[in-house]
Design a protein around this ligand. Structure first.
Ligand code: 44T
Length: 849
């Protein structure tokens, strides 16, 4: 970093100096020359320092040198990145941004580095800034759309669109304030809405805190726009860091908060409220003092419910459900777990995941009635403090339905005050998801009415944990869980895992139960962790079977003496865990290279190889550097080219993988004559739909203010037109057309691709087109393809939400302008006017995004 002495002085005498100071000019021009020379020699670090000097001394050269400067910065940053010199890397970006504070390319690139390092919030902030500076900058747009969810999570839109919830909170706050609570703290204010309700209800003093920087800034904008600037004090901090009188002058009489997630405690409400009672709130009622001198909390408390369910969709994301994929027997994989476990101490696991039960494809079967898992009073600090030290409680639940136990689903009723509550249950018409505690044990244990399911409920690390531990049947208890402390004595020790029994027949069931009761457990079981999406991928039989069918690349050798032809070299560059290389290797005469990185995952592949008779040398691991595609796609040996390269083209979320076409181009250069890329082509399909649900998730809807406040225009800046992780089969929508081919990506001939295409589609019904959901047909070769939109798919779908709904009548032709820039898709729709037709057509109706 050039220090102050290298900067031009600002004094009047010095202002004209640059032009007149020959020594300085000499230094600038020599440094510039050195910078260029170093750049030529690929000595980017030195080039960067020279450029910094030049541009700080002679800002007039900024225009001239900006391109080379950026190039140098990016090259040097890549080097620093690969050397692990992260602090230096960000220092360079900061120096660069001092020179070019509004350079969207630099800002976007810094965002990409931040993202790769896991600073997703900060990364998202950079992409947003770059996009604000240049709204049609495709790289920033693509990046921003991919991460906007981290900046302003989508549920903010849902919550603001949920009028019932807004109204109930407003009423409860108004009642409390009118009842005498006149100093208020809104913990986790988000857009500022609850704080504004308190102010509007007449509270004398209102404070709000918000830990997310983006949300804090948004809340400030919203409060100002609603004329409450200075009347609500907003703090950018976590409530746990707040102190009296440093941050707020005195203790408040009311805390309002909606810092609850689907599992109730996941946003830390217990900790926040314990801290608030100890440091920020007046003492609680009952006491003889009036409400203005006592403290209380809205919501006043909650009741948590649970229910055991069978659900195939949950099962295939958390357990291995297939005994064979792509010709490989899976039993030897060992026990595989998803990273969601109520028992694990492991930091990389979460106690629960979330789903909207009502929207799960294939639905779910309740196996028990809903049961009361916990009652908690937020106005009782002793109860809050005692929660985590509470004994583990055990409930025995009569089984009411027949099926396999896949998960415990959890939801709650939030009691705002004594009269009013909100429910997040699966049967409610609510935007809330439910918390899902999946069963991880490898046994398929069919429950039936008459059984009792024994569930343990505890609270550890301020998370509510529910664990199915046993089934009582005919007076005997069968342990189910692997959640137990292995040191604890067991009456009926669990079995060692049979990974994949398919137990439907009664006889099989009995023997499975017998085995559950008798086999000895040998301490904690060994298992391998797969991400939920990786598990669902492994369970995706049609996908692997299709690969199995396209893989035979060669004829087997003709006799024992015939060494056969040169092996086929196959490279699988799928991200994460993939068995495709092993499917290739199992064909014989193939040398397959896997990009699987994690040692545990490689071990699974080795075990599977051994068990499936694949020779050890047929499968190698590519110890890749993820950042460097060049390295990933290196040849097997100097003179050898690849016979086949497998690319995974579509991300689980439903988008084309970033940089896919660049990878395909590179892959093509590394193929031998007649070599293949799998898939050779992907075709995008879409359809016109009317879906209010998608609108509610994408922006605050309607012209009316939210609870009388002007919030929509501010939060709607974070609207993203492309929705991901959709389940089109259960999305509440009306189909307004058949499916239509939108776009083709040819991976074998990347030059043949286009970026824009106009597609005509006829409306099959009248309505308002609000979105175009899309999915892919992945053509492995000419004959064999798989769809990302089928029942066993591990892929979700995505949708472009139109900027404005487009009214259509049955029979109308709609023109879709589809653009694929980088790998992000945009679609605008308009009504196609029929040529020659006059008088009968409305003025052009159009919707663009
Ligand atoms: N999602 C609900 C969870 N915060 C709501 O930064 C429901 C999810 C959901 N600030 C689908 C539907 C729904 N001090 O902005 C956030 C967060 C902030 C705090 C200061 C603290 N101690 C905290 C704790 C959290 O509070 C805001 C709201 S958290 C609400 C979570 C529609 N999927």
């Amino acid at each position: 970093m050039p220090n102050a002495s290298t900067r031009p002085k600002r004094g009047r005498r010095n202002r004209r100096l640059p032009r007149e100071d020959p020594a300085r000019n000499e230094l600038v021009s020599r440094s510039l020359e050195s910078a260029q020379q170093c750049l030529f020699n690929q000595d980017y670090g030195t080039a960067f320092v020279h450029y910094l000097l030049v541009l700080n001394l002679a800002p007039v050269l900024k225009d001239f040198a900006s391109e080379s400067f950026r190039f140098t910065l990016f090259k040097w940053a890549d080097e620093l990145d690969s050397l692990g010199r992260i602090q230096d890397l960000f220092d360079c970006y900061e120096q660069a941004l001092e020179l070019f504070p509004t350079d969207e390319v630099i800002i976007n690139s810094m965002g990409e580095h931040l993202f790769r390092m896991g600073f997703r919030d900060e990364a998202a902030g950079h992409f947003h800034k770059a996009l604000k500076l240049k709204p049609d900058y495709p790289e920033a747009k693509e990046n921003f759309y991919r991460v906007a969810n981290w900046l302003v999570e989508r549920w903010h839109f849902l919550m603001l669109n949920d009028r019932r919830r807004n109204h109930k909170y407003q009423q409860a706050i108004q009642k409390a304030v009118e009842g005498g609570c006149n100093t208020v703290l809104d913990i986790g204010t988000g857009t500022g809405i609850l704080g504004m309700c308190a102010k509007k209800a007449g509270a004398a003093e209102v404070y709000a805190c918000e830990l997310s920087k983006t949300m804090y800034e948004l809340a400030c904008e919203v409060v100002t726009a609603n004329g409450m600037n200075g009347r609500i004090k907003i703090l950018h901090m976590k409530s746990l860091e707040m102190e009296v009188p440093k941050d707020i002058p005195k203790r408040v009489s009311l805390v309002v908060t909606e810092t609850v997630d689907a599992g109730l405690f996941g946003e830390g409400i217990i900790e926040s409220l314990i801290h608030a009672w100890n440091h920020l709130l007046l003492p609680p009622q009952p006491n003889p003092l009036p409400p203005s001198q006592t403290g209380r909390v809205i919501p006043a408390g909650a009741t948590v419910f649970g229910m055991a369910v069978q659900c195939l969709e949950i099962r295939r994301h958390h357990r291995l459900c297939v005994s064979e994929v792509g010709g490989l027997a899976t039993a030897a994989a060992g026990e595989l777990h998803s990273p969601v476990s109520c028992s694990s101490e492991d930091d990389s696991t979460e106690p629960y995941t979330t789903e909207r039960l009502s929207r799960l494809p294939g639905g779910y079967t309740p196996l028990t009635e809903p049961f009361n898992a916990l009652d908690i009073d937020f106005n009782n600090v002793q109860e809050l403090e005692g929660l985590c030290s509470r004994e583990v409680s055990r409930v025995r639940l009569p089984v009411t339905g027949e099926g396999l136990l896949d998960a415990l689903a959890v939801w709650f009723q939030l009691h705002l005050d004594q009269e009013s509550s909100l429910s997040t249950g699966p049967k409610e018409d609510t935007c809330w998801e439910q918390a899902i505690y999946p069963v991880q044990t490898p046994h398929n244990f069919p429950l039936r009415p008459g059984d009792e399911l024994i569930v343990e409920i505890s609270c550890r690390d301020a998370y509510l944990r529910l664990c199915s531990v046993a089934v009582a049947r005919d007076g005997q208890e069968y342990r189910l869980d692997d959640c137990l402390d292995p040191d604890k004595p067991r009456n009926n020790p669990g079995p060692s895992g049979n990974p994949n029994p398919s137990l439907n027949a009664e006889a099989e069931l009995c023997s499975a139960l017998a085995c559950l009761g008798t086999e000895q457990s040998s301490g904690p079981r060994d298992y391998t962790m797969l991400e939920c999406a990786e598990m669902a991928l492994l369970n995706n039989q049609p996908y692997h079977d299709s690969f199995h069918r396209v893989m035979p690349l060669t004829d087997p050798p003709s006799g024992p003496m015939d060494p056969g032809p040169d092996p086929f070299y196959v490279l699988d560059v799928s991200e994460g865990f993939s068995v495709l290389s092993l499917i290739a290797a199992s064909q014989g005469q193939v040398k397959a290279y896997s990009s699987v990185e994690k040692a545990q995952h490689q071990a699974v592949l080795r075990r599977l190889a051994r068990a499936n008779g694949v020779p050890e040398e047929a499968l190698e691991f590519w110890l890749n550097q993820v950042e460097d595609e060049q390295a990933v796609l290196q040849r097997p040996s100097r003179e050898k080219l690849w016979s086949a390269i497998i690319l995974d083209c579509v991300e689980t979320c439903g988008l084309v993988r970033q940089k896919l076409m660049e990878k395909a181009t590179l892959a093509r250069c590394l193929l031998e004559d007649g070599g293949q890329i799998f898939p050779e082509r992907i075709v995008l399909y879409g359809m016109l739909v009317e879906s209010d649900t998608l609108l509610l998730e994408s922006a605050v809807q309607g012209q009316e203010p939210t609870l009388g406040f002007n919030i929509a225009p501010f939060i709607n800046q974070f609207t993203v037109p492309v929705h991901v992780f959709l389940d089109l089969s259960t999305l509440q929508c009306r189909h307004l057309s058949d499916s239509v081919e939108l776009f083709i990506l040819d991976l074998m001939n990347t030059n043949a691709n286009y970026t824009n295409r106009d597609v005509k589609v006829q409306a099959s019904a009248s309505g308002r087109v609000t979105a175009v959901p899309f999915w892919y047909q992945i053509h492995l070769n000419e004959e064999i393809s798989v769809s990302t939109f089928n029942q066993d798919s591990h892929w979700k779908q995505a949708a472009v939400v139109l900027h404005q709904p487009l009214a259509v009548r049955e029979g109308d032709w709609v023109q879709l302008a589809v653009t694929l820039q980088k790998s992000s898709i945009s679609i605008s729709a308009s009504i196609e006017e029929e040529a020659g037709e006059t008088g009968t057509v409305d003025s052009v109706r159009e919707s663009a995004q």
